[in-house]
Design a binder for this molecule. Structure first.
Ligand code: 6R9
Length: 574
């Protein structure tokens, strides 16, 4: 048994896997020699052509209306070369930050690889972001370029004056007869720029590659900075957890604005050299099953909220489609309910394999490996090349007692670990305790070393697998002319795990009404995103705060869940 070559392990022998799976081997399999350059753009694109996969499909893309575009690895190589030359010509230099603010078009995937080839840092952003969410991320990173499309250009224009570092906005679908572009905006049609070669930046494994913004409890979103060496972890986990093999047709349902859509929606699958399917369309269960059927998807990576939505539509739509191509299924982003695993067995005859990880960890950390018995409701065990534990929250000492809850901790380093939070190293250093990286989630172990998730250790809201920071929502609420004070919490929800609930105290002269509630909701949706929009607003006389002025979200949460409020000695209630 070996992890070399394209064979992937199918075994329950966990201890043996720990002995044979390691990052060094991943580097060797990817042909990387220590001390030599390593660039994700090369590993995921040109290397596949060098290995004889030039005529193999890298990307099968389905647009809104069902139109299909296909790209071989050679196509992707020529197009990324052309685009990288264009970026260089615009003055993009290594370490510059380049935002990708696009729907799920082929340009998003190919553009990201082009940016990496130049040595610049790619910053993927959800296209659903409103202008304030975009501004927070592009201004913090000091982005010098934004790649976008006509549909989203208006949002960029609204904030452009406030982005002094921004030199150029690249528009991928500009039409001459359309409204003219403005100064500092350029049109770029990817398909018109194919080049045989590009001198790929000689980045090292420690050179910055990607900046992925994630939400915390306090302050603005934080940019987790990743490096080119992360590909070792994304490659090895794609092979051994997602079980990707040469002939697989792989579908990751995540948007690259979320780390899952980058680590396992671009880098992982292309580093292994498989064909991946991307669908730029919203969710309906029929459309999803059609995707699997039409493209003969073999490996599927999705999220619990989506699985719950499929469950809601029942088994009939499943039976209407031929899903016999499927052979492996994984899930990420939220706790995977035991019912969802059981339903998956009934619907597809397969287990959903849960995977736990974060923007900051860059790759899967705790998981059910193929061949490992799945215990519905458990996240599985540490990825065998890693050391992960449950530690005491005060001392950071591992807890081995079964069932006792502590913090999920990973022993650094590993290749895809973030190297810092951009502009915020102080917060980065706070993530460590007793030599462990602390994820900020609580869990316990069972007798066999399986991890059981219990909850987050902070106030971040997980809605449909996406993290939303209460601070960002509260700040947006305060911008509304009627709002004097605000607080945002996650309210338990059967479909989305949590939804945003806001508490608002109004300014003098305003009175609570349904119209005002809707107006405030829409205000947040437009500024931030549909996910950050409160689903419910409760008007209150005042928001509970500590004497030092910190919002006491735990008090609001406890009330919402009908739980005891706990220690209120610091509460400012006079
Ligand atoms: C990849 C990703 C990370 C947070 C994480 C945790 C939650 C992720 C989970 C899970 C329970 C799982 N989370 N996977 N909770 N079971 N299998 O999701 O990254 O957006 O940074 O979120 O999501 O709370 O700390 P990110």
């Amino acid at each position: 048994m070996s992890i070399t070559g394209s064979r992937v392990i199918h075994t329950a022998d966990y201890e043996h896997l720990r002995a044979i799976i390691n990052w060094k081997q991943a580097g060797q399999e990817l042909g990387h020699i220590e001390g030599e350059p390593l660039n994700i753009g090369y590993v995921c694109v040109d290397r596949n052509v060098d290995l004889g996969r030039g005529e193999k499909l890298a990307l099968v893309h389905e647009g809104h209306g069902g139109e299909i575009r296909q790209f071989t690895y050679r196509d992707v190589m020529l197009l990324t070369n052309g685009w990288a030359h264009f970026l260089r010509g615009l003055g993009v230099r290594p370490l510059d930050r380049v935002c990708l603010f696009l729907d799920r078009h082929p340009e998003l995937y190919i553009g990201m690889m082009s940016v990496l080839k130049t040595g610049a840092i790619a910053e993927p952003l959800f296209s659903a972001f409103g202008e304030e969410a975009l501004f927070a991320r592009a201004s913090d990173s000091g982005a010098m370029a934004i790649i976008t499309e006509r549909h989203h250009l208006g949002k960029v224009r609204k904030i452009r004056d406030r982005l002094p570092s921004l030199q150029v906005v690249i528009v991928i679908d500009h039409e001459e007869e359309g409204r003219p572009l403005r100064e500092g905006e350029v049109a770029f049609r990817m398909m018109d720029h194919r080049r045989d070669t590009f001198p790929i930046a000689r980045t090292s494994p420690e050179s910055p590659s990607l900046l992925h913004y994630t939400s915390g409890t306090t302050g603005a979103p934080k940019g987790a900075m990743h490096v080119h060496g992360s590909v070792l972890a994304q490659y090895l986990t794609s092979k051994t957890v997602l079980d990707l093999q040469e002939d697989d047709i792989y579908w990751c349902t995540a948007d690259p604005g979320w780390v899952t859509g980058t680590s396992y929606g671009i880098i992982g699958p292309w580093s292994v050299g498989v064909t991946q399917v991307v669908v730029n369309a919203g969710f309906t269960s029929d459309r999803w099953y059609e995707t699997i059927e039409k493209h003969r998807v073999t490996v599927w990576y999705t999220a619990p909220t989506a699985i719950r939505m499929l469950m809601k539509d029942g088994l009939d739509p499943v039976r209407r489609h031929d899903l016999s191509s499927l052979r492996h299924m994984c899930s990420v982003g939220e706790p995977l309910n035991p019912e969802a695993v059981r339903w998956g067995r009934e619907a597809f005859g397969l287990d959903f394999h849960d995977t736990f990880w974060q923007t900051e960890t860059g790759a899967i950390m705790v998981t059910n490996l193929p061949g490992m018995p799945v215990k519905p409701g458990s996240m599985g065990r540490p990825f065998p090349a890693l050391e992960a534990a449950i530690v005491d929250e005060k001392t950071g000492v591992p807890i081995t007692e079964p069932g006792k809850i502590g913090l999920i901790a990973i022993r650094p380093p590993w290749p895809s670990m973030m190297r810092t939070y951009w502009n915020n190293s102080a917060t980065y250093y706070k993530k460590f305790l007793n030599g462990w990286y602390i994820c900020g989630d609580r869990a316990s172990l069972d007798k066999e070393g399986y991890f059981w998730f219990s909850g987050r250790d902070d106030d971040v809201i997980n809605t449909a697998g996406h993290l939303v920071g209460p601070f960002e929502i509260e700040s947006a609420l305060l911008e509304h002319p009627a709002v004097a004070e605000s607080a945002a919490i996650g309210k338990p929800d059967p479909m989305n795990m949590e939804v945003v609930k806001a508490f608002v105290a109004l300014r003098p002269g305003f009175t609570p009404s349904e119209d005002l509630e809707l107006d405030i909701m829409n205000f947040v949706r437009k500024r931030l995103s549909p996910l950050a929009m409160p689903q419910e607003i409760e008007f209150v006389d005042r928001v509970p705060k500590t004497r030092s002025g910190k919002i006491l979200r735990r008090v609001l949460k406890a009330k919402e869940r009908g739980e005891a409020i706990g220690d209120t000695s610091t509460m400012d209630d006079d």
